[in-house]
Design a protein around this ligand. Structure first.
Ligand code: FES
Length: 118
């Protein structure tokens, strides 16, 4: 069953906003933890969630460039652009896609939640 991670309040996220969100996951049969980072972006009222670190080298995509028309984020280090909808890299040097995640709003608390697979 997927875990649901609350990343922010919906009302704090405006169109054109981009942010990172750090979280921990259990690894090695729950004997240790690893740090992970998500990228959250809002375009035209829709919220996207992908992995927050570039697949080429270690670069934080939340300080990259958001293109609202193309629905992409461009890595600040070597300028590969990634689709926020599909996660795919649109130009080199990055080749591997970012993982993309389902996002939903809980009306009970107005929170933005990201579904993480097990
Ligand atoms: S680190 Fe992102 S394109 Fe190189």
């Amino acid at each position: 069953m997927a875990a649901h991670l609350r990343v922010c309040d919906e009302k704090t996220l405006k169109d054109g906003d981009i942010m990172g969100f750090d979280y921990e996951v259990n690894i090695d049969n729950n004997t240790s933890k690893a740090n992970k980072r998500l990228l959250i972006a809002k375009i035209g009222g829709k919220i996207y969630a992908t992995d927050g670190i570039c697949t080429h080298q270690y670069a934080d995509l939340s300080v990259g460039i958001l293109n609202e028309d193309e629905k992409t984020v461009t890595c600040p280090l070597h300028l590969s652009a990634f689709s926020l909808e599909k996660g795919i890299s649109l130009n080199p040097p990055a080749e591997e896609p970012l993982k993309t995640y389902e996002v939903f709003i809980k009306p009970e608390d107005g929170g933005v939640y990201v579904s993480l697979p097990d």
